[in-house]
Design a protein around this ligand. Structure first.
Ligand code: PGA
Length: 249
């Protein structure tokens, strides 16, 4: 394990999310108290679900407001119809935004049906800069070691752009799409460079299936073949793991 990417191993994901959500709530409050909006980078997939459930609980308990939060999601599939159940915009509405007091104008998710992809990607980068950069970035990790959809070969300095999904990533998404043939082949994703500029990062991973890629990301070579390995060089990136995901460390 490197000093710059510590791992915190919890008995289970519920406990990990309880601790992290309390930390994020405190961060949001302290940034808001300093008179500016908190900028959160958000993730989709199965991994963040218990974290979002805990954020909603804190909101309902009156301990966390999103009224002064700006969000940027990591990625979005290309080409899904508006309102598609698997689109990340739909996911975020269902799992978080519809339950809290986020202002719709403060929600940013890459457009999955852009007319001009490179212009939209450049605008996404500019919107992050204009918001003052990302205070806290939430990440999962794919079996390919991806963060966002930065599949093997994604450069350290990559920015928001169109990406091709790795076959393993598409295979992992196939059950929720009802078959591999329905899984998009491409997406828009923040780049590794975009993600690494976040001031604070938490990567979450649960279960046996993530143990070996977590080990590789944390203790293996820093390489564009495992984009999560770039987190070893980040000054404030922490892996939040359950016992199973941390079992090979
Ligand atoms: P998962 O995906 O949360 O559904 O495991 C993680 C990822 O691919 O980043």
């Amino acid at each position: 394990m490197t000093e710059s990417a510590p791992a915190r191993i919890f008995p289970d994901r519920t406990e990990a999310c309880r601790i992290l959500a309390a930390e994020v709530a405190e961060l949001v409050r302290s940034i808001n108290n300093a008179g500016r909006p908190a900028v959160l980078g958000l993730a989709t997939g199965r991994t963040p679900l218990p974290f979002y459930a805990e954020l909603i609980r804190l909101h309902q308990a009156g301990e966390l407001s999103f009224a002064n939060v700006i969000s940027f999601n990591l990625d979005e599939y290309l080409g899904l119809s508006h309102g598609h159940p698997e689109s990340y915009r739909t996911f975020m509405e269902r799992e978080l935004f519809s339950h809290v007091d986020m202002r719709p104008e403060n929600i940013n998710i890459p457009n999955g049906n852009p007319d001009d992809i490179s212009a939209r990607c450049a605008a996404y980068e500019k919107a992050i800069r204009d918001a003052g950069g990302i205070d806290f970035q939430l990440l999962g990790i794919g079996r390919t070691g991806h963060i966002g959809f930065n599949e093997p070969g994604s450069p350290r300095d990559s920015r928001t752009r169109q990406v091709e999904l790795d076959p393993i990533t598409r295979e992992d998404a196939a059950p929720s799409f009802g078959g591999l043939e329905h899984v998009p082949t491409h997406a828009i994703s923040m780049g590794c460079g975009t993600i690494l500029e976040a001031r604070k990062i938490a990567l979450l991973a649960w279960g046996d299936g993530k143990a070996s890629i977590v080990k590789e990301a944390l203790t293996g070579p820093i390489t564009d073949q495992v984009s999560a390995s770039f987190l070893q060089e980040h000054p404030d990136a922490t892996f939040y793991l359950d016992a199973e995901a941390g079992s090979e460390l």
